[in-house]
Design a binder for this molecule. Structure first.
Ligand code: EPZ
Length: 416
């Protein structure tokens, strides 16, 4: 299993370019199912999850090609409606083919995603919405078996503003009969990017980015030719890296409008962040100040930055209270950070982080995508060498992170 080794203590300096957003690319790839033709998606990151989604679409009969940071999807002949367990178990976002398959084919057989390290991650709200739109759905042998003659518009209220639930329903609704209203919809920039991609295909969608999204069904959609937004979580991860190493990094190509909560919180902690027209400049001069954070749905502080923020607070001055409100088990990085000397106590959804003067390099293990990023960040500042194991988690969401960190001065290498 591949590992990443880091010799800490270098202040990172230089420029880094941000890749396209994984969590925008995945639903937009699934949206290609909705039209028959040649689809092009540009500014896509070269990540394991993207390849997995490509493999899944290939299984449906779609011709998938990835060339650098562009994806080509030929969707003339869909000859299967099944998303098999062996693919879905490696990536929960596979459930995003459910809505588009029902919209285009009138049926779908999608494996239930199964467990996940960070929480139960149910999809009951996805299924509730699709049933309201007329789909017959049964669960059998670990699979969702769904069919419908033609989806019809409905009013759907989400108890939780589920990101992929909102995305699945939007993709189901764009070809349905009549109007669908999603209330308490997710407002994430990735949801807005999907809506804009669907609109570029000819869909009629109002309100994306707010809690109420209205979709009027149309008869057909033209193929995609769409440019993905930059990854706000990758950009936030590099902000944290600048802060923890007291360096100065120009983060190019990010969209700071998607990052207000992170910029405000890191700014309050003492990271000097300057907005430029083509990105951000982050300058971490002295030791940061401990501040509190609660993860919330967008535009609140993103749960996908919680682990990286905790690594930063491990070395700050004072005590930070971090509350994880989105997932019930997203503190697995705590035990690993403790191995490096961090002083963190967890009680339920709340973690108390007492800043220490220094962290010590150690062998640690990645448990999920963002936990692995927090261990890399901690390793950049720790004294000595940190070896992060199971970096396949990292490769799911970060495009060659060591290749982006090396030019900034990081002493980092991948070891077999
Ligand atoms: C998306 O996951 C992201 N993944 C996650 O990023 C991100 O952490 C999450 O949104 C929250 O922002 C993609 O976009 C591919 P949710 P998603 O549905 O859609 C519960 C990463 O690091 N829930 O908004 O699965 C659920 O259990 C990943 O890139 C239900 O109970 O998240 C969770 O506690 C990790 N029933 C909460 O809602 C449902 O039907 C939020 O989940 C749906 C969700």
């Amino acid at each position: 299993m591949e590992k990443i080794a880091i010799d800490g203590g270098v202040s990172l300096k230089g420029e880094v370019s941000i890749s396209g957003a994984k969590n925008a690319a995945l639903p937009i790839m699934a949206a290609s199912i909705l039209s028959s033709g040649e689809n092009i998606i540009s500014n896509t990151p070269l990540l394991r999850d993207i390849t997995t989604m490509g493999n899944l679409l290939t299984r449906l009969g779609i011709n998938f090609q990835a060339e650098d940071n562009r994806i080509f999807l030929r969707t003339h002949g869909i000859n299967s409606i099944e998303a098999p367990y062996e693919l879905v178990k490696t990536m929960r976002a596979s459930v995003l083919v459910l809505g588009p398959l029902l919209a285009r084919m009138g049926k779908a057989r999608v494996s239930l995603p199964g467990g996940c390290a960070i929480g139960a991650r149910g999809i009951n709200l996805h299924l509730m919405g699709l049933k309201k739109m007329g789909a017959d759905i049964i669960l059998s042998e670990g699979y969702i078996e769904a069919k419908v003659k033609k989806l019809r518009g409905a009013s759907v209220y989400f108890d939780i503003p589920t990101v992929t639930g909102t995305e699945n329903l939007m993709m189901a609704a764009v070809l349905a009969d009549g109007e669908t209203v999603i209330e308490n919809a997710a407002c994430e920039p990735e949801v807005v990017d999907l809506a804009n991609a669907l609109i570029s295909m000819g869909a009629d969608i109002q309100g994306a980015g707010t809690n109420i999204i209205k979709i009027k069904g149309v008869n057909n959609l033209r193929p995609l030719d769409y440019h993905i937004i930059p990854d706000r979580i990758e950009a936030g991860t590099f902000l944290a890296a600048a802060g923890i190493t007291r360096g100065k990094i120009k983060i190019k190509g990010c969209n700071s409008e998607h990052m207000d909560a992170v910029i405000i919180k890191l700014g309050k902690a003492g990271l000097k962040i300057t907005k430029e027209k083509d990105g951000l400049i982050a300058e971490g001069s002295e030791r940061l100040t401990s501040i509190d954070v609660k993860t919330m749905p967008y535009p609140g502080f993103p749960t996908d930055m919680q682990a990286q923020f905790m690594a930063l607070m491990s070395l700050s001055e004072g005590t930070s209270f971090i509350t994880e409100n989105i997932f019930e088990n997203r503190f697995m990085h705590v035990a690993e950070l403790r191995r490096m000397g961090a002083d963190i106590k967890v009680e339920g959804a709340a973690a108390t982080v007492r800043g220490v003067k220094s962290l010590k390099g150690a062998p640690v293990m990645a448990t999920d995508l963002r936990a692995s990023a927090s261990l890399i960040i901690a390793g950049l500042a720790a004294e000595g060498t940190t070896v992060v194991d199971r970096v396949y988690h990292l490769d799911r969401g970060y495009e060659k992170i060591e290749e982006k960190l090396k030019p900034l001065g990081a002493r980092i290498r991948r070891i077999k």
